[in-house]
Write a protein that binds this ligand. Structure first.
Ligand code: UCC
Length: 590
């Protein structure tokens, strides 16, 4: 702004020197951030309520120190990688093809910090047993919005560690897993997840054309074109390909896909049969070296059974979708913190923003969304931690299967709308690049797209229903009812419990009617159904939090507001039947 005014002024009166009296003496205070753990009362309360006290003491100590580090060190590195995005050097000065991705040194520093802080290791060393995932996800939540998208390679690294750990492939386990889970920067590897080819990244079964040719030493050579490879500077990757038989034939569809492991460079540091064709020119996430890659004989190792590639990579997607949710809520927490601080500094219409009820109401709505998204995401982290430490039961698994796509689709969409509203809280400054705010909106926009779009994930919710023959919903209802039963005796929460119960009844009636009379409506109802499931579940989680003996008044108010304004959307199957579908078509295409 200041620069803009100065320029306009000097263009009109080139001979007059700029002076304080002309530019004015007022400058708006920038928002500032303090320790991101200590400023997050809701996260602290959630962890206090959930973790055993000895674990809480350790975790809080770590988060307090990291909450400071993300603001005073990580955030500056994140800003540097945003301002100096990666570039591709394809040829050296003598014309030799080198395909080097040049990154700002801050990107490498973020790699080292991720290792030092154990952002992956915590989940696998399992020092805090079933609570280790909550510890890890809390750190990632603090890290994400400062990290210049280093959170993306970490998501894939975590997913790869999980797949390798559960694969039973001991040679890869000994080779790669110690690197993926290392706290030593010099040993720490990141992984890619190369799923998307030119035909698209949603319908992986028909879009994957990469072929794998077996080699006499038992390895494979991959040939294909990967269209979106996030973090192309990764040390290794998991990717899908179709194994060619001796006649050069492959099996089409899901059954033809196998999961492979490959390292991106050989022992001499040369690319492993990989050509980086170009870096993608993206709306946001410009910090990430996302590339198009040609695999031309890349040495790879089979990681799943033949034809089980989609099922195997789904384990990776479960982890990366959880990371996506944590990145979404971390991002909205950050914009809310910035807007909250700004409201105490900025004056307009005769008073600070904090004294304008409409502005504060807007912030309160953003805060409520942040709490809802966080509590949902943390619940999945909790379930995952239990499962990984032998404390989970069948219902935990069913719940996780359902809640993972729900949280991903719900938090990602909210990240875009909350970030957009958050920018508005800064007026014109929210639109100015130098503030760093617009990048937050650009980066949020990827969250509903990668790792499965909103509709793909809504269909994944239906897949979870049908694969489990409705058991995911049975586990879901039991879990919601358990929470309501605990909170029903808490006087101020009774109305909220009733609302959640009513919404659950509506959902159950809808699902039963659709299943018995109109199964064809499920596809067009999938998105509304998913939203309803997410919102009802969040309602029950906020009620549980508010029923805690140490809950604050605002926790009760948050549960009450959520349950009064945000529950189920699906009501009638008629809204999704043939008539509705034909109206949709006419409205759009007439
Ligand atoms: O890779 C990308 C960018 C990387 C960047 C990472 C950033 C991380 C976040 C960072 C935060 C800062 S983008 C790639 C985006 N693409 C996707 O996410 C794929 C989206 N499409 C789907 O999810 C589809 O639903 C497919 C591909 C899974 C559907 O394929 P099919 O062929 O129709 O699958 P089927 O036949 O339904 O399932 C095949 C098997 C079944 O197992 P079996 O055979 O035992 O019955 C399914 O049950 O896979 C199983 N399966 C699953 N299992 C499918 N989906 C799941 C699931 N979600 N969980 C468990």
């Amino acid at each position: 702004m200041r620069i803009g005014i100065g320029r306009a002024f000097s263009a009109r009166r080139a001979s007059t020197a700029a002076s304080a009296s002309r530019i004015g003496t007022f400058f708006q205070d920038a928002p500032t951030l303090g320790n991101q753990y200590k400023e997050d009362a809701f996260l602290q309360a959630y962890l206090k309520r959930t973790l055993p006290s000895d674990v809480l003491a350790d975790v809080s100590r770590d988060l307090s120190s990291f909450g400071r580090r993300v603001v005073f060190e990580v955030m500056h590195l994140g800003r540097r990688v945003e301002l100096d995005p990666p570039r591709l050097e394809q040829y050296d000065a003598w014309g030799k093809r080198v395909d080097r991705v040049i990154v700002n040194p801050a990107w490498n520093r973020l790699h080292d910090i991720a290792a030092e802080e154990g952002l992956i290791e915590i989940a696998y060393t399992r020092l805090h047993g079933p609570w280790s995932r909550l510890h890890q996800m809390s750190k990632l939540y603090l890290f994400g919005p400062s990290s210049g998208l280093y959170s993306c390679p970490l998501a894939m690294t975590d997913g790869a560690a999980k797949v390798i750990e559960s694969s039973g492939n001991m040679s890869l386990f000994h080779r790669a897993y110690p690197h993926l889970t290392s706290r030593l920067p010099e040993n720490f590897w990141t992984s890619g997840q190369w799923m998307t080819e030119r035909k698209g990244g949603s319908d992986v079964a028909s879009g994957t054309e990469t072929v794998a040719v077996s080699h006499e030493d038992g390895s494979y050579r991959l040939y294909g074109y990967k269209w979106f490879t996030s973090a192309s500077d990764a040390d290794m990757s998991l990717t899908l390909a179709r194994i060619q038989d001796e006649g050069g034939q492959v099996v089409d569809g899901t059954k033809g896909l196998t999961l492979f492991y490959l390292e991106t460079r050989d022992k001499q540091g040369q690319l492993n049969g990989i050509e980086i064709q170009k870096l993608k020119n993206k709306l946001g996430t410009r910090q990430l070296p996302t590339a198009e890659m040609l695999l031309d004989g890349s040495v790879a190792h089979k990681l799943s059974d033949v034809g089980r590639g989609v099922a195997a990579i789904s384990d990776m997607l479960t982890i990366t979708r959880l990371h996506n949710s944590i990145a979404a809520v971390g991002g909205i927490r950050r914009i809310v913190h910035l807007a909250r601080d700004y409201a105490k500094r900025r004056s307009a219409f005769g008073g600070k923003l904090i004294n304008h009820p409409l502005h504060v109401q807007t912030l309160a709505r953003l805060e409520l969304e942040t709490r809802g998204g966080l509590i949902l995401t943390m619940e999945i982290a909790k379930l995952l931690g239990m499962e990984e430490n032998g404390k989970g039961d069948n219902d935990h698994q069913l719940l996780m299967r359902l809640l993972t796509p729900l949280a991903k689709l719900y938090t990602a969409k909210q990240a875009v709308s909350v970030t957009s509203e958050g920018l508005e809280c800064f007026g014109g400054q929210g639109y100015i690049e130098d503030t760093g705010l617009p990048g937050m909106l650009r980066d949020a926009q990827v969250l509903p797209i990668w790792e499965g779009t909103t509709n793909v994930l809504s269909l994944d919710v239906l897949r979870a229903f049908s694969k489990s023959k409705g058991d995911v919903y049975r586990a879901y209802c039991a879990d919601v009812n358990k929470r309501l039963a605990l909170a029903k005796s808490v006087d101020p929460l009774q109305a909220s419990c009733r609302r959640v119960q009513n919404a659950l009844d509506t959902l159950t009636a809808f699902i039963s009617q659709a299943a018995s009379e109109h199964p064809s409506v499920f596809e067009s109802a999938a998105r509304d159904l998913a939203y309803s499931l997410a919102r009802v579940y969040i309602g029950s989680l906020l009620i549980e939090h508010a029923a805690w003996s140490e809950a604050e008044k605002d926790d009760i108010a948050a549960a009450e507001r959520w349950c009064r304004r945000r529950l189920a959307i699906v009501v009638s199957v008629n809204d999704y039947g043939d008539d509705a579908q034909s109206i949709d078509k006419n409205m759009v295409f007439s």
